[in-house]
Write a protein that binds this ligand. Sequence first.
Ligand code: ADP
Ligand code: MG
Length: 322
Amino acid sequence: MLEELRPTDRRAALVVEHLSKRFGDRVAFEDVSFEVGYGEVFGFLGPNGAGKTTTVRALGTLIAPTSGAASVAGIPLSAANGPAIRARISIMPESPGLYQRLTIAENLRCFAGLYELDDIPGRIERALKAVNLLDRAGDSCGSLSKGLRQRVALARALLNDPAVLFLDEPTSGLDPVATHDVHELIVSLRERGVTIFLTTHRLTEAERLCHRVAILNSTMRLLGRPDELRERLFKQSLGVRVRDPIEDPGPVFGDLPGVDGWRMSASGCYELAVSDAQIAAPALARALVDAGADILSLAESHHSLEDVYLQLIDEDVEAIRR
Ligand SMILES: Nc1ncnc2c1ncn2[C@@H]1O[C@H](COP(=O)(O)OP(=O)(O)O)[C@@H](O)[C@H]1O
Ligand SMILES: [Mg+2]
C-alpha cells in the first residue's frame, strides 16, 4: 500500500515553506523556510530551545505543524501521508532509546520488525557494517559506552535505507573521542550520498560536516555555506594580543584611520573591524606602542562559524532577519 505513494515533489529532499509550530501561546518555531537537496548534509544550528527538535518532529510527522507547508522525501507533509513519509526517512533522536537487556543485534531485529522491513538479516548486517559494529553484534546494549550506544542508534536509523536521515544532536553528551567517531561515520554517510538533516549546537561540527547550515532561533536567522556566512557577517578585521589588558582601550582604538569599531573577544584579544587593514594595521601598532602596550601579535582575523553564530545570537537579531 505505502509503496504506491510515489514522491511527487522532485525539487529537493526537503522543501519547507513558512512552517510554524506553536504550543498554545509558546512559539517553538515560526515562518521557517528552506530546501535541502538530495545528497546534502544540512546543518540546523541553534541554542537550546531554538526549535530544532520540534522542527525534526514536525518534518518527521511525529507532530503536526500549526501552519505552513513542507514536502519530505518528495511527499507533501500531511497526516494522511505520515506512514509513507515515515517509511522513507529515519530519525535518530537525542537519546538512543535502546533495550538495555537485549544485544545490539536483538535490538536491531526488534526495530526492523516494528518497521515491517524485508530482508532483516541483510539490513542488520549492512547497518552494523556502516557503523563499524559488526563484531559487537552480540554485546548487550546495557554494557555499551554512550558513544557505542549512539552508534547503535545510528545503525537503527540506517535499517530502512532512509532517503532523508534526521540526526538530532548526535554527539550531545559524548566525549571528544566518541564525538570524533560519530563525525567520521557522518562523513562516510555523506560520501555515500545520504541526505542528512543534522541539528546541533556545536558549531565546529556544523562547519566540518555540513554543506550548508541554517541558524535558527525560533525564526530562521541565516542560511548558507559556512564560508558564505562568515563573509556576509564579517567585514575585515584585525586581532590584537597584548601582554597586559589595556587600561582604557576606548581612546586607543577609538580614533584610528581605517578602524570602524572594536570589541574584546572572549579569549581576551582585541578585535577591530577595519575598512582598510593596510592603513589600520600600522596606525594601530603605533597607537598601542604609544599607549605602552606590549604587542604579542597583530594579524588579520579568521572568523569561525562560531563567531558568526555568537554574533547572531547575541546581536539585535531583527537587523539581520531576512
Ligand atoms: N510538547 C511541547 N509542549 C510545549 N512546549 C514545547 C513542546 N516541545 C517543545 N516545546 C517548546 O518549544 C521550544 C523549542 O523546543 P525544542 O524544539 O526542543 O528546542 P531545541 O531542540 O532547539 O532545543 C521550547 O521553548 C520548548 O519548551
Ligand atoms: Mg533539541
